[in-house]
Design a binder for this molecule. Sequence first.
Ligand SMILES: Nc1nc2c(c(=O)[nH]1)N[C@H]1C(S)=C(S)[C@@H](COP(=O)(O)OP(=O)(O)OC[C@H]3O[C@@H](n4cnc5c(=O)[nH]c(N)nc54)[C@H](O)[C@@H]3O)O[C@H]1N2
Ligand SMILES: Nc1nc2c(c(=O)[nH]1)N[C@H]1C(S)=C(S)[C@@H](COP(=O)(O)OP(=O)(O)OC[C@H]3O[C@@H](n4cnc5c(=O)[nH]c(N)nc54)[C@H](O)[C@@H]3O)O[C@H]1N2
Ligand code: SF4
Ligand SMILES: [Mo]
Length: 715
Amino acid sequence: MSTTRAGSPEVRRRTACNLCEAICGLELTLVDDVVTGVRGAEDDPLSRGHVCPKGVAIADVLHDPDRLRRPVRRHGPADDPRWEEIGWDEALDLVADRLAATVERHGRDAVAVYLGNPNVHSLGSMTHGSALLRTLGTRNRFSATSVDQLPHQHVARLLYGHQLLLPVPDLDRTDLFVVLGHNPMVSNGSMMTVPDFPARLRELHARGGRMVVLDPRRTETARLADEHHFVRPGTDVHVLLAMLHVVLAEGLASVPEWADGVDRVREAVAGHTPARAAEASGVPAEVVERLARELAATPRAVVHARMGVSTTEFGTVAQWAVQLLNILTGHVDRVGGAMFTTPAVDVVGRGLVGKGHHGRWHSRVRGLPETGGELPVAALREEITTPGPGQVRALVTSSGNPVLSTPDGAALDRALPGLDFMVSLDFYVNETTRHADVVLPPTSHLERDHYDLVFHALAVRDTARFSPAVVAPDRTQRHDWQIHAGLVRRLQRRLGVPRAQRLRSAARLALSPTRTVALLLATSRTGVTLRRLRRTPQGVDLGPLRPGRLPERLRTSDRRVDLAPALVVDDLPRVREALGSPPTGDDGTLLLVGRRHQRDNNSWMHNTPRLTKGRARHELHAHPDDLAARGIADGERVRVASRVGEVVVEVRSTSDMMPGVVSLPHGYGHGRPGSGTTHAGTVPGVSANDLTDPERLDVSGNAALNGLPVRVSPA
Ligand SMILES: Nc1nc2c(c(=O)[nH]1)N[C@H]1C(S)=C(S)[C@@H](COP(=O)(O)OP(=O)(O)OC[C@H]3O[C@@H](n4cnc5c(=O)[nH]c(N)nc54)[C@H](O)[C@@H]3O)O[C@H]1N2
Ligand SMILES: Nc1nc2c(c(=O)[nH]1)N[C@H]1C(S)=C(S)[C@@H](COP(=O)(O)OP(=O)(O)OC[C@H]3O[C@@H](n4cnc5c(=O)[nH]c(N)nc54)[C@H](O)[C@@H]3O)O[C@H]1N2
Ligand code: SF4
Ligand SMILES: [Mo]
């Protein structure tokens, strides 16, 4: 780095990467507070030295001149804004005034909130974020959860009694790993914190284990699999139900003593034969049968399904079927199967996160049920644009970019200027926050302490690690939690919250996230304290996942698992209807799926040239036969059109795609004017969510982003 003074001493600091669920331990070198090197921490008991290109680029955010350090207020339209820096008090007062005025004039539901993905990666947002939601008291709460893992949470509550109580694959000891709609070689695992997936996969193979992948694309993970089968998008549900059918019909099931209702399951899957599943999915019946038998016959085996399965029209039934397959083949709560973690801070056991619920209220326009207190984000746009009592007039976004990340983002983009007021907590002006009247930027990752409350609880090994801030922010900056505290204090006063209650809440909010973690650890049964973590910056190893936690670990009222919850079984007629009419037509439609790349991070790491250089990777991938049938050559620009919109993008011909399926990554489409990042605006690409359809939902309210019918033609 040229800005450093020659001769300044080099210092070493530890941190943890918070960019994805893998939470790798990192070793940084710094000269004069400038990060000059990033390495994976070899002695980290969880990540064991792993680091990926994004982790190497983590300091690019810290040093990015485009990153906001102080609040800004927009003058002029979002397409051609002039941003004025203002002071924190002025900004927080202004935001509180406008939000309170909206509540007074139009009611609490007139303020909507959207929480994006990095929210769960920020300790301060985790400890201090819920106070703002409580203070606003709106039912119009949305988050990235409903374009992601909502079916997992829905099923976790229905089966195990808590939305975050999910068994994690015991990847380090399993001998058969069946993976559907998941590409951990690129994504580094999800709903399964697994840094260093490549090494863990090598170890699996070294002990004679096997990995089987079902995916409509021959992915980076599929290439390393012992078996890969193309599956038609949206049809995994049929494969999984047929596997369940085989397990039950062939007497391969063992029902744990803590589970009830297997007869209702048997009845529910009766018609789901491998032959019918094969017809719908393209996965041969022989494979479906064999996989079911192998799963039952292998003592250490586990099924895991992620984005490609969750974000389909049957995400909930499919994730339920995954859990049931693991349970009924004797692999839940067992070594080498899927087990519950024992985190040092047990957010589930200690009730720090609620159990969840469903259908307590419904969205105003479409009548969609809430799940876990959130409405489907696919309904956000219509709640803003449909007039009437309860219409959304103001919006708070925090660490998100729904214009690029939620279905029909283009329509949301058009709707946002119609709001009376918008505020965003974010350190970038992005495609969404460019619409905000005020942007409140928190400190970035390396400027604040971190303890991971969420991902230790989902990790393939029990560990705990505390990472103090690497560099001190300048005094005019604010942490996420301080912004939350400042907003809550001001809003409470304006909304007439009684003084006694305000004082109680002020005392709670004055406690820093680190103090909160220290207190939580002080009463942890694992013996981990903040002091010990400070002395052990690489992290404390609490050992492999432990079997035999059930039924004690269950949070259901009777400490039992109902295998056939009504909210799942009631959706089966819809599945059977789909089984009769597989999704691809002879009408020339192709099915669109998503794709991630090792150097992309959803929509927001595109401002760092280090990650965007090299061969472009935003193209539509399509099978050569599908292109030939349409007279399209490799590299040409094509028009991709769905029910809701169209984009024009370069195409790449590859037999890695299943015929009839095309793939486009999300998180691109930075060409919109007014976004404040210089480099991201030059990265080509279009937004996949200008195509995705807000009407396509799972019963949980999760968006069916994958398996979208599109037409592809020469541009
Ligand atoms: N490098 C990188 N890593 C990331 C992220 C990132 O943006 N970049 N994002 C992080 C986040 S927020 C998350 S949630 C995780 C997600 O991590 P993953 O679950 O691994 O997500 P994807 O890479 O989108 O993989 C989904 C796979 O599903 C396949 N697929 C699509 N439709 C279907 C279907 O109907 N059936 C089946 N069987 N497969 C289907 C796609 O081809 C794709 O290979 O990744 C995290 N890690
Ligand atoms: N078609 C399609 N759409 C998808 C997906 C897909 O596979 N296909 N994947 C979905 C998934 S899994 C996800 S998680 C979503 C992600 O979608 P979102 O959560 O809506 O957005 P991100 O792209 O993660 O943008 C995160 C924003 O948070 C800011 N940020 C980063 N760190 C912090 C912080 O500590 N504090 C604050 N206040 N802000 C911060 C960044 O600057 C950035 O602007 O996209 C979803 N959309
Ligand atoms: S795998 Fe995830 S946590 Fe690890 S370095 Fe890469 S982005 Fe960071
Ligand atoms: Mo995600």
